[in-house]
Design a protein. Structure first.
Length: 294
């Protein structure tokens, strides 16, 4: 099949597959990857007219928007690009349309980066020095919070975040920042949460009712935090807001083989990657514009 596909199309298909299969990067990072794929497509996709180019590009945008349904940032940023890049250029010559659409993509990538940095700054400033912070999974936004607090005596409690142990990678990065870190199994959440001044997590999506979609296990950590009187803070950019028109959220299921369980007769292995934390368990949401109690 690859012999029948152009190198440019093959590059897009490979990029799309990488986003769909990625288990290490968070929603914001993958959303920016999708925008870069759209920028590359805008500049290089084969077309004989602006109308043909627009049709092919919109089809790719739709596929990217739907490739990770638990990650609102991908769909949100792709739709922002569609709205800002396509209508203004539909009547322009093809070369000019390519240039403008690519520029819109680059601008949105930068907006996303800045929003992530600003959201992390909001939470870091709120927390202040000398805090013990507990987290789950590996959020690029929360990593930026720790980076800002590294010189201010922050310490960390980090869950392994199974099945792929991204918490171990976070612990390694915190060690490189000389942040004292305790790494625990996910099952020890309830034992350790009382030692923290706060729980801090990123977000894959924020739902219209203020609840959170994030790595499975976040809900359990929020329950433990509420039971023991520890505040639970979520930090993410506003691009992760899920729109009501999108319908009910989807909780992605990944390869059961990641659990490395034997094939016992009558045993079904489930590997749901995301869960929903109700708004009532969230103390505050932080984003690039500030914070709000839920």
């Amino acid at each position: 099949m690859n012999a029948l596909i152009s190198p440019e199309s093959l590059q897009f298909e490979q990029g799309l597959a990488q986003v769909r299969d990625d288990r290490t990067r968070g929603a914001a990072e993958l959303a920016r990857v999708c925008l870069r794929l759209l920028v590359d497509s805008a500049l290089t996709i084969a077309a004989t007219s602006t109308a043909d180019w627009r049709c092919s590009l919109m089809e790719r945008a739709e596929r990217l928007a739907e490739c990770r349904p638990s990650m609102a940032a991908i769909r949100h940023l792709v739709e922002c690009w569609q709205a800002a890049a396509i209508p203004p250029v539909s009547a322009l010559p093809l070369d000019e349309a390519r240039r403008i659409a690519a520029a819109v993509g680059h601008d949105l990538i930068e907006q996303s980066r800045q929003a992530t940095e600003q959201a992390a700054e909001q939470l870091a400033r709120f927390l202040g020095a000398g805090r013990v912070l507990m987290t789950h999974s590996l959020s690029s936004t929360i990593m930026r919070v720790f980076t800002r607090l590294a010189a201010q005596g922050v310490t960390a409690i980090v869950t392994e975040s199974r099945p792929l142990y991204e918490g171990r990678r976070l612990a390694e990065r915190l060690s490189a920042l000389d942040i004292s870190t305790t790494l625990i199994t996910d099952a020890q959440m309830g034992l350790f949460v009382a030692r923290a001044h706060a729980v801090v997590v990123g977000a894959d999506s924020r739902l219209p009712d203020g609840s959170l979609i994030n790595k499975a296990g976040t809900y359990l950590l929020a329950l433990a935090a509420r039971d023991q009187g520890v505040p639970f803070y979520v930090c993410s950019e506003r691009f992760k807001q899920r729109q009501p028109a999108w319908g009910d959220p989807v909780f992605e299921q990944m390869n059961p083989g990641e659990l490395d369980a034997p094939g016992w007769a009558g045993v079904t292995v489930e590997n749901v990657y995301f869960d929903r934390t109700p708004a009532r368990l969230i103390s505050r949401w932080f984003d690039e514009q500030g914070s709000e109690a839920v």
